[in-house]
Design a protein around this ligand. Structure first.
Ligand code: ACO
Length: 448
């Protein structure tokens, strides 16, 4: 991305109270993209780096799936733009999938299922999850961000689906965040509703997921089928991260779901461990969202485990902001980069996209049976260089966020032809950028 903005500066620039973005939202920095980068260019950058850093022959890829909600064309998919990196290999399945922040997860699941299926031809799949999150001026603007992640999917990987069929999905019809107005890049968003929809999707996925895990973990029919899998069972969690405060609060909600499940399994009797939560177990789930008292209790109960199981995965998102479809993958990258994950560890991932689609699944870290230098947990960590890269970004003045977004808004409405006003010289080496949009709206790209 072309810049980084410390949110303390942004608070001063926006004239809001000190701490509003850093403490209130739990964010530290933000990635900013001007008009010289678009979703195609950031996807090209991520994919070309994956291919070159890991020495992957483009001819060894048989499927390429993209997840994004930052559309620059209603028909021509970003996947087709990425095909310029496959000059000798047109035989690549997959397209771009869109559903708010969930597109990357849909892309991962279909790639994974392809590799697992009888229809697999032995080649790799690649998933590129990418978005430029731009909000109109107002309370959502400090939750902007931008980023792209490219993942290689194949067999014998250092991160695998722990139990391939074990997932839980929550799909429902919500109007929390959507993009109906094609004249603007920004979403129409009901911030409060989007938080509640996120909580509901998480609780629904978690409940169903915990039921399935309990059934799996229970060895005899006489054993209790509840309570084997609880919020402290996985070694790590990764949550979709619009902003860190929501992730922290959401994790606390899992402790309430655990208490509800115990009470239901005991025929309505509250488990002695859950006495403190008893009044809230009698409330309708809807009413619990507004309770500050409950929020405080859940925060206290979950804080030690949050620090151990979830904090590491929030690292990149607190420094980049919301990357929509790429968010959970930045979470996984952060965990790998932290060095905390060891072979055998299990990571429960929760992906949420407004509208709404959400899935919970579990990854397991492992040593590949025929490891090559690059395709191991430590090899991945070395290649990622996540902290170093984030540290190397240029810090820009807080007012540049508005300038960059105004530039993007101008591009959105400029028609064709268009030449970006941001200079590519500010980008990292080997970064793709938009050189021009010609009079037929065709976009061309170059590399720094
Ligand atoms: N110091 C410390 N904390 C502060 C300060 C301050 N000076 N001022 C406010 N706060 C706290 C508030 O008390 C509040 O805390 P709480 O979360 O514990 O209640 C928090 O900051 C947020 O403040 P609010 O007034 O509740 O909300 P705000 O107007 O800042 O808007 C929102 C936040 C709704 C998240 C907005 O940024 C938004 O709409 N974002 C986009 C939507 C979104 O990200 N949704 C999440 C799921 S969907 C998705 O991924 C897109």
């Amino acid at each position: 991305m072309s810049g980084v903005d410390a949110l303390a500066d942004l608070e001063r620039h926006a004239g809001v109270a000190e701490g509003r973005y850093r403490v209130g939202l739990g964010q530290e920095e933000m990635g900013v993209a001007g008009d010289v980068e678009d979703v195609n260019s950031v996807a090209l950058t991520a994919l070309s780096r994956l291919l070159s850093e890991y020495n992957i022959d483009p001819n060894s890829i048989g499927r390429l799936e993209v997840g994004t909600e930052t559309l620059v064309d209603k028909s021509k998919s970003t996947k087709t733009v990425l095909m310029s990196l496959f000059p000798e290999n047109p035989d690549v399945e997959g397209v771009t999938t869109t559903n708010a922040c969930y597109g990357g997860t849909a892309a991962l699941l279909s790639s994974f299922l392809w590799v697992e299926s009888s229809g697999w031809d032995g080649r790799y799949a690649v998933v590129v999850a990418c978005d430029i999150a731009a909000y109109a001026a107002g309370p959502a603007r400090p939750t902007c961000g931008a980023g792209a992640v490219a993942l290689l999917v194949g067999r014998d990987a250092p991160l695998s689906f722990a139990t391939p069929g074990l997932r839980a999905t929550h799909a429902s019809n919500e109007w929390d965040f959507y993009k109906p107005d094609h004249r603007v890049e920004y979403p129409t968003v009901d911030g409060k509703l989007s938080q509640t929809c996120y909580y509901k999707a998480l609780e629904s996925c978690y409940r169903s997921y915990a039921d399935k895990q309990d059934a799996l973990l229970t060895s005899s029919p006489s054993e209790s089928v509840v309570d084997k899998f609880v919020a402290t069972t996985p070694d790590f969690f990764v949550f979709h991260a619009p902003y860190n405060k929501l992730v922290q609060k959401s994790y606390g909600r899992l402790f309430l779901v655990d208490a509800r499940r115990r009470r239901e399994a005991a025929g309505g009797v509250v488990d002695p461990r859950d006495r403190e939560l008893e009044p809230f177990l009698r409330m309708s789930p809807e009413d619990t969202y507004a309770s500050r008292e409950l929020e405080g209790i859940l925060k206290r109960l979950s804080a030690p485990s949050y620090g151990r199981r979830l904090k590491d995965s929030s690292y990149a998102s607190t420094r980049i902001g919301n990357t929509y479809a790429a968010s959970v993958f930045f979470g996984i990258a952060s965990l790998l980069d932290s060095g905390a994950v060891k072979p055998g560890d299990k990571v429960t991932v929760f992906s949420y996209g407004s509208g709404a689609m959400a899935t919970m699944y579990e990854l397991q870290a492992r040593e590949p049976s025929s490891p090559t230098e690059n395709f191991t947990l430590s090899g991945n960590r070395t290649k990622l260089k996540l902290r170093e890269t984030l540290d190397c970004r240029e810090k820009v003045a807080a007012c540049e966020l508005d300038y960059a977004l105004n530039c993007r808004a101008r591009m959105h409405n400029a028609g064709a032809p268009y030449s970006p006003c941001y200079p590519p010289s500010r980008l990292f080496p080997n970064t793709y950028y938009l050189t021009s949009v010609d009079d037929k709206f065709r976009r061309t790209y170059a590399v720094t």
